[in-house]
Design a protein around this ligand. Structure first.
Ligand code: SF4
Length: 312
């Protein structure tokens, strides 16, 4: 966090809750007076859990973990969400801003290399106000914004100098898929503009002794039947951001929540589908990022690939 958070900024963000236009959905509900919009988030910050997390990408985890704060609610409604109880059912506890700032300071005291807000989008004003308290109390580790990529550029601009590391998903390159599986109109247009703004603010990922300090780290979840449009996503990153953008190509899709209602995504991806996505990434010339070996994936994520790999 390089910027001192002022009352003027806090007030400006608060005003965006009433009527709410924090994210591209622009629900225009009055969240400061009891109304809720598409994400179901109200006025009081709701946190599901906070802890030292060792399952994030290696530059965030280091030796002491990423200081992860899981927020309730989400502005996407993915039918296959693995955290749907938190993101869509709002499982969590109402939390004061002072409590939230104490969580951050506790995670920092435990040695966490960053404070990692998961699905922060509906809560940006409350988070920034809590950060202001924590900043006064000595919070100094990098701030991670870990989101689904469905962000408003106008709101992101207000986070310049506050967020150090943006970690968005790029989920789809096709608006029809985004609408069908995440109820996210115009996702492709929205995510491209959002990622460009994030990259403008923080640039490529910068490490110090292997630990992320600043920059953009993009996640791409490979989906069955190429529903995630991997090739177009990678081409956009290569052409519009940089060839050195760090991309994590993830194999851990599994059908959960309402995915059983959609036969085409009611299965895990195959080893072939994952390899095809990696081949597209290489063809695009994107070289930075995280690729799990087939051995690791079979051991830890998709044991079902064992037979398929034996046959190839
Ligand atoms: S943050 Fe929630 S209420 Fe506000 S515009 Fe987005 S979805 Fe609607």
């Amino acid at each position: 966090m390089t910027k001192t958070i002022t009352s003027a900024l806090v007030n400006k963000l608060d005003a965006m809750l009433s009527p709410c236009r924090l994210c591209p959905r622009e629900c225009h509900v009055d969240r400061l007076h009891g109304e809720v919009g598409s994400c179901n988030a109200g006025s009081i910050l709701t946190i599901s859990s906070y802890h030292q997390h060792f399952g994030e990408e290696p530059p965030l985890v280091g030796r002491h973990g990423s200081g992860t704060i899981f927020l309730a609610h989400c502005n996407l409604h993915c039918v296959y969400c693995q955290n749907y109880e938190i993101s869509q059912r709002g499982m969590g506890h109402e939390t004061t801003l002072q409590e939230c700032s104490r969580m951050m300071l506790r995670l920092q005291a435990l040695g966490c290399h960053n404070i990692n807000f998961v699905t922060p989008t509906p809560w940006i004003p409350q988070i920034v106000e809590a950060l202001r308290i924590a900043q006064d109390e000595g919070l100094h580790v990098p701030i991670v914004y870990n989101c689904g990529g469905y962000e408003s550029v106008e709101t992101l601009k207000l986070l310049e100098g506050i967020v150090d590391i943006y970690m968005p998903d790029i989920k789809y390159a096709d608006d029809g898929c985004a609408k069908k599986y995440s109820d996210a109109p115009h996702y492709w247009d929205v995510v491209r503009k959002a990622l460009k703004e994030m990259h403008r603010q923080v640039g490529d990922l910068v490490l110090d002794h292997g630990i992320a300090q600043r920059g953009l780290l993009i996640r791409h979840l490979v989906m069955p039947e190429n529903i995630a449009g991997s090739k177009a996503c990678f081409e956009f990153i290569r052409k519009e951001l940089s060839e050195t953008t760090v991309v994590n190509v993830m194999a851990q899709y599994y059908p959960t929540h309402k995915a059983h209602n959609y036969p085409e995504i009611n299965r895990r991806i195959t080893a072939r589908e994952y390899r095809d996505a990696l081949a597209e990434l290489e063809r695009c010339g994107l070289v930075e990022g995280f690729r799990q070996t087939m051995d690791t994936i079979v051991r830890e994520i998709v044991p079902e690939w064992t037979d398929e790999l034996r046959e190839t």
